[in-house]
Design a protein around this ligand. Structure first.
Ligand SMILES: C[S@@+](CC[C@H](N)C(=O)[O-])C[C@H]1O[C@@H](n2cnc3c(N)ncnc32)[C@H](O)[C@@H]1O
Length: 247
């Protein structure tokens, strides 16, 4: 999968992209991340990409011209069409089902905002899907882009080994993961549940399922018997649908 990122701060990305599963996903060719500096698409000699808001008020707004120019230049070079995604706290809340849906795309183009955000004509003119990673405001779209890239990379076929299969993790079946234990058998008076040491795979699987359901009931009752949580936000922009997952 190819993920293009348009950002004013490409230097934020390498530390995360070069570590752990993301490094492996990239080294094995499952994931290619292409960083594009928005400033390279500014037209004036100061390379300006933002300006003061009409109507007054604090902060700066990302201008439409460099963003349109950048998107058009990136898309002109693409072998496969990329789904445009604008990162904004006003977008559809990101969740496992959306990550799975995006992981099936051949390519994505993530647009990272900064300052007060994007001139509204970027949203209306480029008609991207709009994604939020949660109900809080961050300084820029770089951390949200990394969150989206990481969540998607884990779901790409062949990225996680058997041991870490994404299919057994929280949210993949509309419930939370079961508890995990490792050595020692006893730690400060707390023992590993005996069933996990029996070698009886059926009993272990049944115990894990019961525990997962109980954890979900106690912590995230909304996941049980309901569509995947986090999907209640308004119009997400064209083409972002959430499939309901069975509990
Ligand atoms: C300071 S924020 C702008 C917030 C905007 N004025 C608002 O209140 O909706 C700057 C940029 O950070 C990114 N951003 C901040 N919080 C985000 C979130 N929760 N999810 C996705 N992107 C976010 C967006 O790209 C946004 O354009």
């Amino acid at each position: 999968m190819d993920i293009h990122v348009l950002t004013l701060f490409p230097e934020v990305f390498p530390a995360v992209l070069d570590a752990s599963i993301l490094r492996i996903a990239r080294a094995s060719g499952h994931l290619r991340v292409h960083l594009h500096n928005l400033r390279d698409h500014a037209a004036d000699r100061h390379r300006s990409v933002d300006d003061r808001p009409f109507g007054g008020g604090p902060g700066m707004v990302l201008k439409p011209e460099p963003v349109f120019r950048a998107v058009e230049a990136i898309e002109a070079e693409l072998e496969r069409p990329a789904r445009r995604i604008l990162l904004t706290p006003q977008g559809r809340r990101f969740c496992h089902a959306l990550a799975a849906e995006l992981a099936a795309e051949p390519a994505l183009l993530l647009l990272c905002g900064h300052y007060e955000g994007f001139d509204e004509r970027i949203r209306t003119g480029l008609a991207p899907a709009e994604l939020s990673i949660g109900d809080y405001v961050l300084t820029g779209g770089e951390l949200p882009a990394l969150v989206v890239i990481d969540a998607i990379a884990r779901l790409l076929d062949g990225v996680l080994g058997h041991e870490e299969s994404a299919a057994s993790e929280s949210f993949s079946h509309g419930r939370l993961d079961h508890p995990h234990y490792t050595r020692p058998v006893e730690f400060r008076g707390m023992r590993v549940p005996e069933v996990l040491r029996t070698g009886d795979h059926e009993r272990i699987a049944a115990w894990r399922l019961r525990q997962a359901l109980e954890h979900t009931r106690v912590r995230r009752g909304d996941l049980l018997g309901k569509p995947e949580s986090g999907n209640a936000s308004p119009d997400p922009g064209p083409g972002l649908h959430v499939k309901e997952t069975a509990p």
